[in-house]
Design a protein around this ligand. Structure first.
Ligand code: R5P
Length: 330
């Protein structure tokens, strides 16, 4: 029997795309959305009822967890926990949990402003998922840092996504003029991946970014040369766009010509859109790993790249036992 697909309500468009692509693949032609009812009690608590008999049935769960304008990160997280718990109690075999965006991943060690008395939310989130249901394997598109895999008791795979930006960037900029920039110390691998993928001869650049207070970003120094070149900033996520716009300011001050940004997860919270509009950034590429808010969809600087094919490929490989290493490789 072919696997059933279940999803929370966080990104219906993406889930439909993943399903359609799976159904077009051998071994998944009969895969369909599991029949279930997902609703909210008047106080906001999610309620899930599964209508299919899923006893010992192989299931794929897609958990789309990000604020999308109508629901918060926590609403979608609770939906996912409740869905997993309902499947567990119905004796389903949750073979694959696919997370287009892994939330709570930025706090992966104890680090506070004045003390280290903080939570490690990344570990907590992984634990809550696996308490909700035993899960065979987990994959997440471009998690903040790969060492999050150690927080999961099951196999965890990163789904690489930087290759999706190659063609869009090359359509805008001459390859030899491109210098890939990491807007902070943690993102050099992603900048390196973009640099290799587009085939620029230039070395990557880094920004020494600090956070003077939670939610604030300050770009202090640029390491690398951008004078007369076109800078492409690469990041895993754009939340308030503080990191991005600070990096862009510094790049401009250092003589960059055109500035493009690639951020895998376009969260666009707070005044992100206004910041981007006021910044020297010409174009921002994000994926649809999170459902875009209306303001982001309407923003002329933002282009959304679909990841349905990427996620379907990852899920298919995890179900059939193929390697994920060749994803995005020619
Ligand atoms: C930080 O380490 C992340 O990679 C992103 O750079 C950061 O979370 C983006 O947040 P914001 O857009 O609010 O500056």
């Amino acid at each position: 029997m072919e696997p059933l697909l279940f999803a929370n309500s966080g990104n219906k468009e993406l889930v439909d795309d993943v399903l359609a692509r799976l159904q077009a693949t051998d071994g998944f032609h009969e895969t369909r959305l599991g029949r279930m009812h997902l609703d909210f009690h008047p106080d906001g608590e999610p309620f899930v009822e599964i209508f299919d008999n899923v006893r010992r049935r192989q299931c794929i769960v897609v958990g789309c967890i990000a604020a999308n304008g109508s629901h918060s990160v926590n609403d979608h997280a609770m939906e996912t926990f409740v869905l997993l718990d309902a499947l567990k109690r119905a004796d389903a075999n949750v073979d694959v949990l696919a997370l287009p965006y892994l939330p709570y991943a930025r706090q992966d060690r104890r680090k506070g402003g004045e003390t280290d008395r903080t939570a490690i939310t990344s570990k907590l989130f992984a634990k809550l998922l696996t308490i909700a249901s035993p899960i065979g394997r987990v994959c997440a598109v471009e998690p903040h840092d790969v060492h999050v895999e150690g927080f999961f008791p099951c196999p965890f795979d990163r789904v690489p996504s930087i290759h999706l930006f190659t063609d869009p960037v090359k359509r805008l900029l001459d390859t030899n003029s491109i210098v890939a920039i990491s807007p902070d110390r943690g993102g050099w691998e992603r900048a390196g991946a973009l640099s290799t993928n587009v085939g620029t001869p230039r070395l990557i650049g880094w920004v020494d970014k600090r956070r003077p207070a939670p939610g604030q970003a300050k770009a202090h120094q640029l390491i690398g040369d951008v004078k007369g070149l076109n800078a492409v900033i690469v990041d895993d996520m754009i939340d308030t766009a503080g990191t991005l716009c600070e990096a862009a300011r510094l790049l401009k001050e250092n003589g960059a010509e055109r500035i493009i940004a690639c951020g895998v997860h376009g969260l666009f919270n707070g005044s992100a859109i206004e910041r981007i509009m006021k910044s020297p950034i010409e174009r921002v590429f994000v994926t649809n790993s999170v459902e875009q808010k209306p303001a982001a969809r309407a923003c002329e600087k933002i282009t959304v790249i679909p990841i349905g094919d990427l996620l379907a490929q990852a899920v298919r490989r995890m179900v059939t036992g193929e390697s994920l290493r060749t994803i995005g490789k020619p």
